[in-house]
Design a protein around this ligand. Structure first.
Ligand code: NAD
Length: 357
């Protein structure tokens, strides 16, 4: 009997509804495939501030480190907007990323055939896109030395330093090349090597790593061109790998191509436990109303099966079940249009579960 242990952190707002929906789906897949999943639920974000005075406790960190994977809803909300900066709800996610050594954020960008009409792009441009965006998560300009303000020659200035090391680029490139092996074997490495020294080190290292993967085609693209090509020719991409800053911006641009924030999953990976969460926030405006779309979290659970539990078949079954339910015309409120069938968060989870029978 295969046994795996998952830490579930609902967080705030719609977190409880969407993680419950995803656990229901994980249980169904596990039952069908002889896998035993055990769960441990923990507080983080605003819920943890209310209970313990901090957004992330050490006991949650230790539980996450012991687990095979972490499934997270989302944290934050207006109730905690005015807490001191050092205990802001978002610190829970940054703290988990740091403690778990998560250095890669994976964001698959797919458009379910039934939802092509929600994209801001024309149907023919967007139907069939299947991109995996791999963002370096642990280094770069967000973590370099900062100067908020200094006066030089009577003029105020500020600065942020970007540093990348060869080992940091090595590990993210290996991860991108391995991920590409399970897909169309094309990696586009995005940088600004015409201007930035860190990008030139990134490019040299990317070439060295890719030379170890004879089956992978590596190409390079400047970030400004990539931002343009994502809109002009999104179907030309398979795996995109890039640094922390460029990845932050390009991943939101790529997400918007799908037109539906509630649909998109993500995985953060490192050397230990992986963390899986939808890309959206805690949506406090719709919390507790049954209006939340649980699919981003359900697809995050599929990524969890694939990347942390080695259960690729189960992951594919979930992805196919989601497509089937959408093709049958069922929609949560965020995607509802006359002619389709409006369902609640729970009903959507039930319909996907039924497809897995
Ligand atoms: P948001 O993503 O929570 O919501 C933006 C809009 O999208 C809202 O109208 C919301 O109702 C809708 N929406 C989001 N997810 C949805 C879903 N699954 N189904 C249907 N509709 C959905 O972003 P926001 O309003 O800017 O932030 C709200 C809170 O979430 C803030 O406290 C913010 O800091 C936090 N946040 C957390 C994370 C995270 O935990 N990773 C990420 C982003 C924002």
């Amino acid at each position: 009997m295969r046994k795996k242990h998952i830490v579930v952190i609902p967080g705030d707002g719609i977190g409880e509804e969407i993680t419950s929906a995803a656990v229901r789906i994980l249980d169904k897949v596990a039952n069908k495939s002889g896998l035993t999943l055990t769960y441990e639920k923990h507080l983080a974000g605003g819920a943890s501030i209310d209970q313990y005075g901090v957004p992330l406790t050490d006991s949650v960190v230790q539980a996450a480190k012991r687990a095979d994977a972490v499934l997270l809803g989302a944290v934050g909300g207006p109730k905690w907007d005015h807490v001191p900066p050092e205990i802001r709800a978002e610190k829970a996610i940054l703290g988990l990323r740091k403690e778990l050594g998560l250095y890669a954020n994976l964001r698959p960008i797919r458009v379910s055939p039934a939802l092509v009409e929600f994209s801001p792009l024309k149907a023919e441009a967007v139907s069939g896109i299947d991109i995996l965006l791999v963002r370096e998560l642990s280094s770069g300009i967000y973590y370099g030395e900062k100067c908020e303000s200094r006066v030089v020659g009577g003029i105020e200035q500020a600065s942020d330093v970007e540093i990348y090391t060869v080992p940091e680029v090595n590990r993210i490139m290996h991860l991108a090349c391995k991920a590409a092996r399970l897909r169309s074997k094309q990696v586009v490495s995005v940088d600004k090597a015409n201007v930035l020294a860190t990008s030139r080190l990134w490019r040299r290292t990317a070439n060295r790593v890719a030379s170890e993967y004879a089956d992978i085609a590596l190409s390079h693209m400047y970030v400004d061109n990539c931002a343009m090509q994502l809109v002009l020719a999104p179907k030309s991409f398979d795996v995109i790998v890039t640094n922390n800053l460029f990845g932050d911006i390009l991943s939101d641009e790529a997400a918007v191509l799908t037109g539906s924030i509630g649909m998109l999953p993500s995985a953060s990976l490192g050397d230990g436990t992986g963390l899986y969460e939808p890309i959206h926030g805690s949506a406090p405006d719709i919390a507790g109303l049954g209006l939340a779309n649980p699919i981003g979290t359900i697809l995050s659970a599929a990524m969890l099966l694939r990347h942390s539990l080695g259960e690729n078949a189960g992951a594919e079954k979930i992805e196919q079940a989601v497509d089937k339910v959408l093709a049958a015309g069922y929609r949560t409120a965020d995607l509802y249009k006359p002619g389709s069938t409006k369902v609640t968060t729970d009903e959507m989870a039930g319909l996907i579960e039924a497809q897995l029978s």
